[in-house]
Design a protein around this ligand. Structure first.
Ligand SMILES: O=C(O)c1cccc(C(=O)CC[C@H]2O[C@@H](n3cnc4c(=O)[nH]cnc43)[C@H](O)[C@@H]2O)c1
Length: 253
């Protein structure tokens, strides 16, 4: 059975890739408060199941507002729903940490980490957790990452499982890339939305995972080296694989 899944992207091009990859056919546009619009895909054979795709904007704040709105809307309009969705996926393109996550490959989050939400001190960086203000990481159920990785493997799609960092400023120097990699061992990718999506998901008790296609390397800025088209194609292919496997037989626990 298809479950209730919300996939959140930053921009329309990412949402298009995901929707095309999923190949679910019919799409209904559902206007939400605040001017957000859900793309709702229903699968015809499962009246309670569906995949909603939401373009939430770039950066953790924009996407948290959009995701929170979608979750509030679903919880207020769907009677009998214990939680508005079974799973929320933060999806899009990302920078990959070299050599773990090459361009074109897929990264699946083992955790969703706010990498610059904290304070610089003379003794080093302190996270918001260490400052006593909240949390800077959301774990992803291992069973879920395992199933996503297995589906990508079976479909021949190169992938890495590791922490995915959320930053508010795209890394543009080797020094910053090294600093982030040292602070977050095993970090596979950085992007700008995952933690915002995860904060909204956590407020509603819904599991979250981030799935990213690598468009560029994390490091010195080199616009000529971005491969956005290749990454969007890879993203669509990955969601095609997930739509036929993990998303139709979901156990995120
Ligand atoms: O101007 C630059 O040097 C630059 C380099 C990479 C990406 C950008 C963007 O403005 C894209 C932001 C958008 O795409 C995701 N993304 C893709 N690559 C990265 C990255 O290396 N670091 C952080 N975010 C990345 C991100 O989630 C945004 O949605 C500009």
């Amino acid at each position: 059975m298809l479950h209730r899944i919300l996939i959140v992207t930053a921009v329309a091009a990412e949402a298009d890739s995901v929707s095309t990859g999923l190949g679910l056919g019919g799409q209904e546009l559902v206007p939400l408060p605040g001017g957000f619009v859900l793309r709702r895909h229903t699968d015809g054979t499962a009246p309670t199941g569906r995949v909603d795709v939401l373009v939430g904007g770039v950066g953790p704040a924009a996407v948290a507002a959009a995701t929170g709105t979608a979750l509030a809307y679903a919880s207020m309009t769907e009677t009998g729903a214990d939680a508005p969705y079974d799973l929320i996926v933060s999806a899009g393109i990302a920078g990959g940490f070299v050599p773990l996550a090459p361009i074109g490959s897929i990264v699946v989050s083992a955790s969703v980490v706010a990498a610059d939400l904290g304070a610089q001190t003379p003794d080093g960086y302190l996270t918001v957790d260490e400052l006593g203000f909240g949390r800077s990481a959301h774990p992803v159920p291992e069973a879920l990452t395992g199933r996503i990785a297995a589906a990508l493997h079976a479909g021949g799609r190169a992938h890495t499982v590791g922490p995915v960092l959320t930053v508010s400023t795209v890394t543009g120097t080797a020094g910053r890339a090294a600093e982030l990699a040292a602070r977050h061992p095993g970090a596979a990718a950085e992007a700008m939305e995952g933690f915002g999506v995860a904060e909204a998901a956590a407020a509603y008790g819904v599991p979250v995972v981030e799935v990213r296609a690598v468009s560029n390397a994390v490091g010195p800025r080199d616009r000529a080296a971005w491969r956005i088209g290749e990454a969007l194609e890879s993203l669509g292919h990955a969601f095609g694989l997930l739509g036929k496997t993990v998303f139709v037989d979901l156990d995120p626990s």
